[in-house]
Design a protein around this ligand. Structure first.
Ligand code: GLU
Length: 547
């Protein structure tokens, strides 16, 4: 077979050579040990937590080593693509602060190793396709769907492995004349790899996450180019990661089964094999067993979910770091205020089996993250969230930023900051009462006499002075308590509850409910300081009028 003639026949318009491309996309001049890696998502319209897990791993590996992270859009599967999905993808990754040094952006591609969208790279794949054909390493296959289905059926009936291999590789050794005849008849074809591998052979391979693997050679003549000339993932992976000079491939472990083929393909193309970092799936507990997070069953897989709930980006980031490197939490405890990217990330610490996603843990991490923010930052992030997800609340927050910031400053700073907020969604239930429009009517406990509540509120109003410090204020609450015949002696009350109609805690609750509408609130003295004398008094009077 004259492979040169076949190559010319299949790719008459390809004039570029692989050598020329080597020069066009030269090796990067980076310091020793610098990792060049990428995120290579497909624009399906759904960006999930797994993307972020992979993205952060790639980002840390690249930037911690003084290397490069780029974004490549794998848009070869037009059927799966949703309009606008590339924009959603780029914006979501940007929102989560994954900063790319090159690649696809909303305003086009930037960087010297592009284009970074696979559909724009067809001319490059064809150079290598032609090269492989000219070397006898790839050939056209004209099998129809029906033929392939019949072949599969027969293999199943024979209890053989299914696939296009060995004696089943119908077009592997056909003559140039046969091929010419098919082409002349205008029959569609795909380009297949001519595998020289055998499933009898195994070799060792080192994956940075999975560790030492024993791999069986691939013997299947996989498709390289589909009938429309668009490459399969496998072929595009080899060509792109070579030409973009990727040193480390960080990707999901669903690609592990085709890794033998990828290794083979890099070799056939004369490319240096990159290192592989195969990341396990995200799992969750379902009853007593673990299962993979599923797009269909688990809303918390979608990144849009975290945005809508109002998890700060930093919290999601920190949580993912705890999943990736179990020593992150200890580091965080010891370095409460350090920027997360000063943590020494180690890809080798990733759990090969994947990570167990734990919503309660995420919430906890988020509470800590928010508790460490200053009030100005909380105000800015909360308002940004509310503008999108609770515009009415956003209006209130923006009407008086100073007031809102004062509220958000309650319990902040110091060694043990309050942890009231896990997500921005929690903010309105927590602080809404500071806004008259959100103030609820109090529901006093039925066990107390209404007259007692009225009495307590009157007595408090008589003494209330906004100039008082916290101690004086509390002394007055205690005075109200004893004047009413309630007790401030909690021990005595506990010993014999029937001896008193109520305690100082009950009196505080009456006042708290009158001022905030709720039985729980941040420190009541501070609440009154922020509300001011008039509004506090007005609120108490309004409640008195209803009692
Ligand atoms: N487009 C592939 C995916 O979304 C990329 C895998 C890779 O990173 O190589 O699964």
């Amino acid at each position: 077979m004259d492979y040169q003639a076949l190559a010319a026949l299949l790719f008459p318009n390809v004039t570029e050579t692989a050598e020329a491309l080597e020069e066009k996309f030269p090796a990067r001049s980076l310091p020793e040990g610098a990792v060049v890696t990428r995120m290579a998502p497909s624009p399906t319209g759904f960006v999930h937590l797994g993307n972020l897990v992979q993205g952060l791993t790639a980002e840390r590996m690249a930037h911690q080593s003084g290397g490069v992270l780029f974004l490549r859009v794998e848009d070869t599967d037009a059927k799966r693509e949703v309009p606008g999905a590339v924009e959603v993808l780029i914006n979501t990754l940007k929102h989560y602060g994954i900063s790319f040094d090159e690649g696809a952006t909303i305003d086009g591609d930037f960087g010297a190793y592009g284009p970074y969208r696979q559909r724009q790279r067809a001319f490059l794949y064809h150079v290598y396709a032609k090269k492989l054909v000219s070397e006898g390493q790839a050939y056209p296959c004209f099998c129809t769907e029906e033929q392939l289905a019949a072949m599969r059926e027969q293999q199943e009936a024979n209890k053989e492995t299914t696939g296009y291999y060995g004696k089943y590789a119908m077009w592997r050794d056909r003559s140039l004349e046969d091929i010419q005849a098919e082409l002349a008849a205008g029959h569609p074809w795909v380009l297949r790899f001519r595998s020289t591998g055998s499933i009898e052979n195994q070799f060792k391979f080192d994956d940075l996450v999975k560790g030492k693997l024993t791999i069986t050679e691939n013997d299947v003549d996989h498709v390289l180019l589909k009938s429309d000339g668009i490459p399969t993932y496998h072929f595009a992976h080899a060509v792109d990661d070579h030409l973009m000079r990727t040193t480390h491939v960080v990707r999901g472990d669903e690609w592990l089964p085709t890794l033998p083929f990828h290794i083979q393909l890099f070799k056939a193309l004369g490319f240096k094999l990159p290192k592989y970092v195969h990341i396990g799936p995200l799992m969750k507990m379902d009853g007593t067993s673990k299962r993979k997070l599923s797009k269909r069953k688990d809303p918390e897989l979608a990144l849009t979910y975290y945005k809508a709930e109002g998890f700060p980006v930093e919290a999601v980031y920190e949580y993912i770091m705890t999943l990736l490197n179990s020593n992150f939490e200890d580091w965080r405890r010891a370095n409460a205020d350090a920027a997360a990217d000063t943590f020494k990330f180690n890809a080798k610490k990733l759990n090969p089996a994947g990570s167990l996603f734990d919503y309660a843990k995420l919430t906890d991490v988020s509470k800590n993250v928010i508790s460490r923010m200053d009030a100005g930052k909380v105000y800015a992030l909360l308002t940004e969230w509310a503008e999108e997800f609770d515009p009415d609340f956003a209006e209130k927050l923006k009407a008086d930023p100073e007031y809102a910031t004062k509220i958000l400053a309650i319990g902040r700073g110091g060694k043990k900051p309050r942890k009231d907020l896990a997500v921005w969604k929690d903010a309105k239930p927590y602080m809404g009462f500071f806004y008259d429009a959100y103030l609820e009517k109090p529901q006093f406990d039925e066990k107390f006499d209404r007259a007692d509540i009225v009495d307590a509120l009157h007595r408090f109003l008589e003494r209330f002075d906004i100039q008082d410090d916290a101690n004086t204020w509390f002394e007055k609450v205690k005075a109200v308590t004893t004047d009413m015949g309630y007790t401030t002696d909690m021990k005595a009350y506990k010993a014999d509850p029937t001896a008193f109609p109520g305690t100082v805690a009950d009196v505080s609750t009456f006042i708290r409910q009158a001022v905030t509408g709720k039985t729980n609130s941040p420190d009541l003295y501070t609440v009154m300081q922020i509300l001011g004398y008039e509004r506090t008094v007005e609120r108490i009077k309004t409640v008195l009028a209803q009692l």
